[in-house]
Design a protein around this ligand. Structure first.
Ligand code: HEM
Length: 589
């Protein structure tokens, strides 16, 4: 009989493979065959069981056989769904096991997702467990992106699911808000960010940060022959920078000795723990939050650290304003204030009252998220890509030397080995802008983004969207689609952004690193200026060498950090000399 069981299982598997619909019949015939044979061992007992139809009276081995057969059937049926749906679909739990396994075994989850989307020709439907709300449509199709970000903008808000997942960290801030809460924040922030005061603050704060802090820190590292995590240095720089812009406060993260700032660590942990909520059923993380265990415990602790920092910033501003004549909004050095926090503190809510501490905290945290991580991680990927493409580095240097070479009447003095780029010079750096855009195409700072469907809808590619469906647009995958960027889509080629040597931007629905439509990134111009200024200043003064065998891989978080940072050593460019002494074509290779 045992040999019969063994011979039956492959037979069942084969049968399923050939014709799934006849499986049940086949299975029953095997059962009857076995039971008939057993009468010779157990006389008429089993025949009686067949007659009564009581499967529970079957000998144990029969139940085992039944169980094994069902398991095989379900497994093969689920695995066969892969070709059609992209991932195995299991009863009750849908595609969740495949996702969880992928998260644990793939070092680069974004690459894994890109493959799945590519196999599904641009749009993939994720089926979550039936008892959860994880069902979602994941797309990397530019036609769908234009539809959801612009054409049918109001039908695709951030939605409750996104808000619930991020509410503890982001509250009612601009990133998670919809409708009027979003619109009013966007209007105020937009006016402030595009004001001349804000532009002046941007250029001045960058000169101060780069020349008084960044370059001295890098020089110190060279003196000590030390390697450094460049991502960490850049995170500190952009953190200080966005705090100046948003709150008029310089927290001093970037400084000699690279001081440990608990807030920076807490912020990173908080975003990482928040993103985990997107891959678990909501009730699971809610129970964990209630019990204060696992990732939810870590999230709570890190948010409390984040809140401590934000509260301190807001309290300091309140104190400053109460010390000064509030109507003129001057800072303690008697300069006009042009930071976002002051702008929001000037406003009143719908009831004519000042905004609450909590709302101001949410605005702060959202701007930190927006401005701190995005440009620093983009710069980190940029430096890594440039280190692997010496020809790109050479062309960036050629462009810089060319631009500096146009300066009139510059006298060569000892101190001028440090060049401070002027705003009009930064604007002229087309090749550098192309190199940064190309880095963002391959490593977008926000790799995945999310919307929810308000009313039933059909995407231009024919995907049917039911009300309440979650739509994830896979920005990372979009940069790696041959259908969008051609056969060389995986190559780092800044030239694809240039026409006659001038930078040409791409459609926001093809290059979605800065989002598109009414929710286009508010800090896009600021971010490009900041990244170009920082990148040009570093590349002009140093050669950046990524430490041999340093593992570079993305981290699973809302923002695309390098999981292990970017360990580099630096060499001061020994051939730095005044540009007038350096012909444009004489650059190192
Ligand atoms: C390389 C740098 C940056 C990239 C790639 C980037 C990308 C993005 C993306 C993808 C969004 C859409 C997020 C969403 O709706 O879920 C966004 C929104 C936003 N970004 Fe940026 N960003 C960058 C830098 C900045 C900076 C430096 C600031 C501010 C100082 C900023 C401010 C904002 C704001 C306020 C929004 C919300 C816009 C809205 O929802 O209306 N960004 N950004």
């Amino acid at each position: 009989m045992y040999s019969k069981i063994h011979s039956c299982i492959p037979c069942i598997i084969l049968k399923i493979g050939v014709n799934r619909s006849s499986f049940i019949l086949h299975f029953l015939s095997i059962k009857i065959m076995n039971l008939t044979n057993q009468t010779s061992f157990f006389s008429g007992e089993v025949a009686g069981n067949i007659g009564s139809g009581s499967i529970f009276l079957l000998p144990e081995i029969q139940l085992l056989e039944l169980f094994v057969a069902i398991v095989f059937f379900v497994a093969i049926h689920s695995l066969r769904q892969r070709r059609r749906h992209g991932l195995a679909v299991w009863p009750f739990v849908g595609m969740l096991p495949s996702l969880l396994i992928a998260v644990h075994i793939h070092t680069d989850i974004y690459e894994w997702l890109t493959d799945v989307i590519r196999q599904q020709r641009g749009t993939f439907t994720f089926r979550g467990p039936w008892f959860t709300s994880l069902n979602s449509v994941i797309t990397a199709d530019p036609r769908n992106l234009e539809h959801l970000l612009k054409t049918k903008f109001t039908n695709f808000p951030k939605g409750e699911f996104f808000r619930n997942n991020v509410c503890d960290l982001l509250g009612d801030g601009i990133f998670s808000a919809d409708n009027e809460t979003w619109r009013s924040q966007r209007k105020t922030a937009s006016i402030e960010l595009h004001s001349s005061g804000s532009r002046k603050l941007t250029t001045e704060s960058l000169v101060e940060l780069v020349h008084s802090r960044l370059l001295p820190v890098l020089d110190e590292l060279i003196k000590n022959s030390a390697s450094v995590d460049l991502q960490d240095v850049l995170l500190r720089l952009t953190f200080d920078n966005v705090c100046m812009l948003a709150f008029g406060v310089d927290p001093g993260c970037l400084g000699l000795g690279l001081p440990e700032i608990p807030f920076a660590r807490a912020f990173e942990d908080a975003t990482e723990m928040t993103v985990l909520r997107f891959i678990m059923p909501s009730f699971v993380w809610k129970i964990m939050r209630y019990l204060n265990i696992g990732s939810e415990r870590k999230l709570k602790e890190s948010i409390s650290e984040v809140d401590k920092f934000a509260d301190k910033v807001i309290r300091t501003r309140n104190k400053e304003l109460s010390l000064l004549d509030q109507s003129n909004d001057y800072d303690i050095d008697n300069k006009p204030r042009s930071d976002l926090l002051t702008a929001f503190m000037r406003l009143k809510d719908d009831d004519g009252k000042p905004f609450s501490q909590k709302f101001l905290r949410d605005i702060c945290v959202n701007f930190i998220l927006a401005g701190r991580d995005t440009s620093s991680v983009a710069l980190s990927w940029f430096f890594w890509l440039v280190s692997r493409n010496p020809n790109v580095e050479k062309q960036i240097l050629e462009e810089i030397y060319g631009i500096i070479g146009e300066r009139q009447n510059v006298e060569v003095t000892e101190n001028e080995s440090t060049i401070v780029f002027k705003p009009e010079e930064v604007k002229k750096m087309d090749y550098l802008q192309a190199a940064l855009s190309e880095a963002l195409r391959l490593y977008p700072s926000v790799p995945l983004d999310h919307k929810e469907v308000v009313e039933d809808e059909v995407f231009p590619d024919g995907t049917v969207l039911k009300k309440g469906t979650k739509v994830i647009y896979a920005i990372y995958a979009m940069g790696r689609m041959e259908s969008i960027w051609g056969k060389d889509c995986r190559e780092y080629k800044p030239e694809r952004w240039l026409r006659d040597g001038r930078f040409m931007s791409e459609s926001a629905y093809k290059f979605t690193a800065f989002n598109g439509g009414p929710r286009l990134c508010l800090g896009k111009d600021f971010a490009y200026y900041q990244m170009k200024f920082v990148a040009a200043s570093i590349i002009y003064h140093y050669r950046v060498n990524v430490v041999k065998n340093h593992l570079v891989t993305p981290k699973l978080a809302l923002t695309m950090y390098m999981k292990h940072g970017l360990k580099v050593t630096l060499n001061k460019r020994d051939d730095i000399m005044h540009p007038s002494a350096k012909p444009c074509n004489k650059v190192e290779s």
